[in-house]
Design a protein around this ligand. Sequence first.
Ligand SMILES: NC(=O)c1ccc[n+]([C@@H]2O[C@H](COP(=O)([O-])OP(=O)(O)OC[C@H]3O[C@@H](n4cnc5c(N)ncnc54)[C@H](O)[C@@H]3O)[C@@H](O)[C@H]2O)c1
Length: 346
Amino acid sequence: MEPNQYWKDVKVIVTGGASFIGSHLVDKLVTLGAEVIVIDNLSSGKLENLSLSKDKIKFVNKDLEYLQKDDIKELFKDQEKIFHLAAVHGGRGYITNHPADVCSNLAIDHHIFEAASNSSIENIVFASTACVYPTKLQHEIGSIYKLKEEDSNPLNLDGFLSADIEYGWGKLMSEIQMLAFQKQYGLKGCPVRFVTAYGPRENETHAIIALIYKAVERMDPYIIWGDGQQERDFTYVEDIVNGCLLASKQIKDCTPINLGTGERYKIIDVVNMIFKILGWKPMEIKTDLTKPVGALSRALDNDRANKLINWQPQFTLEEGLRRTIQWYIETHTKYGIVNEKKLLEH
Ligand SMILES: NC(=O)c1ccc[n+]([C@@H]2O[C@H](COP(=O)([O-])OP(=O)(O)OC[C@H]3O[C@@H](n4cnc5c(N)ncnc54)[C@H](O)[C@@H]3O)[C@@H](O)[C@H]2O)c1
């Protein structure tokens, strides 16, 4: 089949489809001709994220945490594919300050795996994360180590498993749940591990948008969380979406894959790239060592994604930043002041 014809008329559910990443996925699926149902309770997602596709999709406002066994059975009837992105989620400040809330992901994921197992669904792509990896592999600034899928292997239940705070443990447990549903009920699909995704429609609790927000508001002294030396692998949202589509076509046996660029950048270097694109620089940059920063050095090995689904990231950080900054300026009112609450709450 022609690659572009693959999604034509395919019946797809996107949970969390009003989210930052989910809405880009929905737009792409609609463009490719899929019939899309979005299920989202709009707790952090927004209907305006779906403005490009709203007339071509079915939107269902439902809380996936509190469900009776058959609540979503009808919705799942006759569907072919699911992309499961609904989650209680946010940037480092959010997940650190909402440890109990993020644990509800275990219930959300359980309901989705169960409903998918009792339906005609052929494949489920589960939005997992680089937070499933042991933080002890990410302690050294300047490290060149790239996290490999086997560093957190949900098949290895007798071996060592470790993850990054409650959010990461929850996602790792859900990868284990997903495999359990495969073992017992033959569920097909795969967990896809995203790392520091960024792009238009993301909120200010995430690093890149927070840094752009502060620069657009001309914050001076400009404050960076941590000492700015922490390193991340930033992945542009369109690359993530393409990886999810390829994974849905090709992986059925719950093999997890990383979707990351393998490149790492220091936060201070990203900040300087943002200043350069905006053509502005503060008089002073200050660091705030009291704020949560997460792992010190994180990048993902993407060999498996390359081999299994022929995925490679297409966007450089500079190009992704340019697009994200342009979107931010076009869609946000400037107030000349930074509201700290926006950096911690959706
Ligand atoms: N953004 C990243 O850098 C990143 C990195 C790794 C993994 N992920 C994962 O990707 C997915 C999407 O992330 P995002 O950044 O777009 O986040 P987001 O907060 O924008 O998306 C989460 C979506 O889930 C919905 N939701 C939350 N609880 C729900 C519930 N009980 N019932 C129904 N819907 C509910 C929200 O309204 C929102 O639309 C999440 O699963 C997240 O854990 C994101």
